[in-house]
Design a protein around this ligand. Structure first.
Ligand code: HEM
Length: 225
């Protein structure tokens, strides 16, 4: 498929290169482990999702920290310290309202909702900093956080729910409207934003992917430890 893409560049690759989101996706897919995704190349350092023994307490820590991360991303594009961040407002991928509803549901079930903890708070701080000082790095995190949630994230949600929530589907994993259309709209906006970046800026964005995996991995760790 890669060869075909190179031979028949799509409209977004103005210089005959592939659309930038495909570059971001390729780097991200390689950072998966072989048991996570077919295109993964990393050796697993954590147990595969099927072997997780999640607890409600751990899952709640994950949801609370995830809510903080999404709220931070949503506030950053709302504020738009960098004017073109405004393109990424109201994409339909926003998750903080859905997480708010889920946490309210847990509270009504009698669970205590924890405060955000360091994996979430340190990630939120990093995102704030990058959004002002390093837009290319920020966009890498923006892409990975939202797109990871729709692929592996949904699979994780399903498995955890089967094991500890009697298959309840959380709002976190439901999107209003056609998800693939929402994703495609955001891919187009990302390609558009990156079309004015130099090759160095693009590479800088791609290099941030590893950090994005490390920080998101810190959140996921709540579920399986
Ligand atoms: C896509 C699994 C963690 C970022 C995917 C796909 C799977 C997957 C099955 C779809 C592959 C395909 O389209 O053929 C998992 C599992 C994870 C995990 C099981 C952890 C247990 C992560 C993390 C990140 C991430 C931590 C980054 C923060 C992405 C991205 C895509 C993706 C950007 C591409 C989505 C798209 O093109 O629409 N993942 N993943 N994933 N994942 Fe993950």
């Amino acid at each position: 498929a890669a060869a075909a893409t190179e031979m028949a560049p799509t409209a977004s690759g103005e210089d005959g290169s592939k659309p930038f989101v495909e570059e971001m996706r390729a780097v991200a897919m390689k950072l998966h482990t072989k048991d996570q995704a077919r295109e993964g190349e990393k050796e697993p350092q954590a147990p595969p999702v099927a072997k997780w023994e999640p607890s409600v307490e751990g899952y709640l820590r994950f949801l609370v920290d995830s809510k903080l991360v999404f709220q931070t991303l949503e506030a950053i594009v709302e504020r738009s310290a960098v004017p073109w961040y405004a393109e990424f407002r109201n994409t339909g991928l926003e998750r903080s309202e859905a997480l708010k509803k889920d946490l309210e549901w847990f509270r009504q079930q009698g669970h205590t909702i924890p405060e955000p903890s360091p994996p979430g708070t340190t990630y939120a701080t990093l995102l704030e900093e990058l959004s002002e000082k390093d837009p290319q790095a920020f966009i890498c995190h923006f892409y990975n956080v939202y797109f990871a949630r729709t692929a592996g994230g949904r699979m994780i949600g399903k498995k955890v729910s089967e094991k500890i929530l009697d298959k309840k589907e959380l709002e976190f994993y439901k999107w209003e409207g056609n998800l693939s259309q929402l994703l495609q709209n955001v891919r187009n906006k990302l390609n558009q934003a990156a079309s004015s970046w130099s090759r160095e800026e693009k590479d800088h964005c791609l290099e941030e992917t590893e950090k994005s995996f490390a920080y998101s991995g810190g959140l996921l760790r709540h579920i399986f430890t």
